[in-house]
Design a protein around this ligand. Structure first.
Ligand code: NAI
Ligand code: MG
Length: 367
């Protein structure tokens, strides 16, 4: 099979970290380990400079047809004055919206070599590998009515509405259970059914889905506040956590801090399955932004971007062994003490973006 990859390097450090992914993709193709057909496009400020829009219609169409989209990062001070509808983030939002990416996957992985960079004790996070599955297109961020009403007596009233339909909970739950089967076979579902009707329905729909389609997967329920506590107390008890848009936003940022650096964290956003091919629409990107403070210096950490490719291999192409092999190469490079500035913990001898990419590639060749 040939997989169509649309590569969108974007702005700032985006092209720098994407270059390292392209090296690895070229190696994998050269070795016949996987066949990529790579197309390149523009997104964010770099697209605005050329097309006057944060993504062109042509690149949108290519994103819809790709087996996976890889995006690095968008934004930067150069485009601060650009009109709202054309700002760099608009390209990213357009991709998420048009591809209907309703599931956001945020892994929190703590490589043993970096466990001391965590805000928690080494033994709490050493070897941590959890996956937060956040509902991304529903809930209180989008529910109607959403307004601020002037009550006239110097008082205003702000209204946000949490809305979830059965089908929205079912499809995000299905993704969580499917992913758990490829991991340690456990799902923790989280809501606040003690005070929210949407939590009651969430609990009911996830439980029914479990009984009906995934009885082989272990399911537990934790209230979202309790889960927040457990996440910093004993995070290794979790495998896959599935939760709504709001709780997922907060919990995934908390989980990110368990692992040390922004430069290490990948993410994926998935949509519906294609009825004929069975493949899901998918966008893979690092959690970090375009890091204008270090852009152009060649010192950004490419691991979050490379791990985003690894997620694509795992979740879009079912190439588990190859994904594991690249993960092991990253771990080996870290074991050797090689560090970009962001994960050096103040040490002096840091390496460049390209040196980190090359070191991972060298490990991959002998792995
Ligand atoms: P940021 O993630 O770009 O940077 C935060 C800090 O982390 C900076 O000090 C940066 O140097 C460092 N950092 C980030 N990634 C790194 C890497 N791979 N290696 C080493 N250090 C790294 O977030 P910030 O500064 O809030 O935003 C900068 C720009 O990026 C803004 O224009 C923002 O809108 C955009 N942004 C874009 C995102 C995306 O494309 N998904 C996400 C977040 C921000
Ligand atoms: Mg957030």
């Amino acid at each position: 099979t040939t997989y169509k990859l649309l590569v969108l390097p974007g702005d700032g450090i985006g092209p720098e970290v994407m270059a390292e992914v392209e090296k690895i993709a070229a190696f994998l193709t050269y070795e016949g380990l996987v066949k990529f057909e790579i197309e390149k496009g523009l997104v964010g400020g770099s697209a605005y400079d050329v097309y006057g829009a944060a993504i062109s219609e042509d690149d949108m169409a290519r994103a819809q047809e790709a087996d996976a989209v890889l995006l690095a990062a968008v934004g930067g001070p150069k485009w601060d004055q650009v009109p709202y509808e054309n700002r760099p983030e608009a390209g990213l939002l357009r991709l998420r919206k048009d591809m209907q990416l309703f599931a956001n996957l945020r892994p929190a992985i703590c490589y043993p070599a970096l466990a001391d960079a965590s805000s928690l004790k080494r033994e709490v996070v050493d070897g941590l590998d959890i996956l937060i599955v956040r509902e991304l297109t529903g809930g209180v961020y989008f529910g109607e009515p959403k307004q601020i009403i002037d009550l006239g007596n110097g008082q205003k009233r702000a209204i946000d509405t949490q809305v979830y339909d059965t089908y929205e909970i079912e499809r995000i739950g299905r993704i969580a259970f499917e992913l758990a089967r490829k991991r340690r076979n456990k799902v923790t579902s989280s809501e606040k059914r003690n005070v929210m009707k949407s939590g009651v329905l969430w609990h009911e729909v996830i439980s029914a889905l479990h009984t009906r389609e995934f009885p082989d997967v272990e399911l537990e329920h934790q209230l979202a506040d309790a889960l927040g506590m457990q996440l910093v107390r004993r995070p290794k008890q979790f495998d896959v956590i599935v939760t709504d848009n709001l709780f997922g936003d907060m919990l995934s940022d908390v989980a990110a801090m368990l692992t040390g650096s922004l430069g290490m964290l990948p993410s994926a956003s998935l949509g519906e399955r294609n009825a004929t091919t069975g493949a899901r629409k998918a966008l893979y990107e690092p959690v970090h932004g375009s890091a204008p403070d270090i852009a152009g210096k060649g010192i950004a950490n490419p691991i979050a971007m490379i791990s985003s490719l690894v997620m694509a291999l795992r979740y879009s192409f079912n190439l588990e062994d190859l994904a594991d092999r690249i993960d092991r190469s990253i771990a080996a490079v870290l074991e050797k003490g090689l560090r970009t500035g962001d994960i050096a913990g103040g040490a002096q001898n840091t390496i460049s973006t390209a040196q980190m990419g090359d070191a991972i590639l060298e490990e991959l060749k002998i792995a």
